[in-house]
Design a binder for this molecule. Structure first.
Ligand code: CA2
Length: 143
């Protein structure tokens, strides 16, 4: 059975509490429930969120050899973090980058993501449904 890490970056712990017009009304716990509903018993899902760049790097390193894929929403670190890109480049499994909002329709500083240079797929603008879409794709890839 594949193991998949769903990793969320800074401020995504606030999902559902602020800015619903951009990020929707669902909480991160709701997202985890939606993810579990997609895979059922067919995958082992692990969830993590951190507001700290180094902690995210640690979690990606710990995923080496222990998980088959990572779904990552790096939050604002998408646009700044070479360290997260380097950690993902040292990871052998599949990587799907998810953004809840369409970063290309927003401020120019959100248009570039370092992580996209490593990701096998990038999903933006589907709302929190993007996590479920990423998992559907991974379940195809990993089966
Ligand atoms: O659209 C996305 O998923 C983002 O990764 C979200 C990041 C943003 O910096 C990226 O440019 C795009 C911000 C996450 C902040 O999440 C919040 C959720 C609710 C309330 C406040 C912040």
């Amino acid at each position: 059975m594949p193991t998949i890490l769903i990793l969320n970056g800074p401020n995504l712990n606030l999902l559902g509490q602020r800015q619903p017009e951009i990020y929707g009304a669902e909480t991160l716990d709701d997202v985890a429930d939606q993810c579990r509903a997609v895979v059922g018993d067919a995958a082992d899902l692990r969830f993590a969120q951190s507001n700290h760049e180094g902690a995210l790097v640690d979690l990606i390193q710990e995923a080496r050899g222990t998980t088959d894929a990572i779904v990552i929403n790096p939050g604002a670190y998408s646009h700044t973090s070479v360290a997260i890109l380097d950690a993902l480049n040292a990871y052998d499994g599949a990587v799907i980058e998810v953004h809840i909002s369409n970063i290309h329709k927003r401020e120019a500083f959100r248009h570039h993501s370092y992580v996209s240079g490593r990701a096998d797929a990038v999903i933006a603008g589907l709302g929190v449904e993007g996590y479920a879409a990423a998992l559907r794709r991974l379940m195809q890839l990993l089966s």
